[in-house]
Design a protein. Structure first.
Length: 123
C-alpha cells in the first residue's frame, strides 16, 4: 500500500490539472461565443442590398435576340464555319498489306523436330 500511494497521488494531480484546463477552455469558449453574438447582432442591423442582376441579364438576352443584325451575323458565321469544315484535309485510309512469304509456325511440326533433336544417342 505504501508503494502505491505516490502513484495514486500523481494520478490525482494529473486529473486535477486536466480538469482545471478543461474549465479554462470552457471559459474561453464562452467568451468567443459572446463575441460572435455581438458580431451577429451588428451584422443583422445592416440592411442587405439585393441586386437585380438576373433581370439585367434577362433584358440583355431579350434585346440581343430581338436585334435582327445578330441573326444575320450568326447565319453568316455558320455558313463560313460549314465551308471551313469541308476544307479540312482528309487522310487516306490505311492499306493492309499481307505478307505472302511470311513464316507460318506449326506447333505440331515444332514438337516433332524437338523430339528428334533431343533423342538419346546409343552409340
Amino acid at each position: 500500500m505504501k508503494q502505491a500511494l505516490p502513484f495514486i497521488i500523481g494520478i490525482l494531480i494529473v486529473v486535477f490539472q486536466m480538469y482545471r484546463k478543461y474549465q479554462e477552455e470552457q471559459s474561453k469558449a464562452l467568451q468567443r461565443q459572446a463575441q460572435l453574438r455581438k458580431q451577429a447582432e451588428k451584422a443583422s442591423k445592416t440592411p442587405v442590398v439585393r441586386s437585380n442582376n438576373w433581370q439585367d441579364k434577362y433584358e440583355a438576352a431579350i434585346e440581343e435576340r430581338l436585334n435582327p443584325m445578330n441573326e444575320v451575323n450568326r447565319a453568316k458565321f455558320n455558313r463560313k464555319d460549314k465551308k471551313n469544315s469541308n476544307k479540312l484535309p482528309q487522310k487516306p485510309p490505311l492499306e493492309v498489306v499481307e505478307l505472302a512469304g511470311a513464316y507460318q509456325f506449326d506447333l505440331k511440326n515444332a514438337i516433332i523436330q524437338q523430339a528428334i533433336l533431343n533423342r538419346p544417342n546409343y552409340d
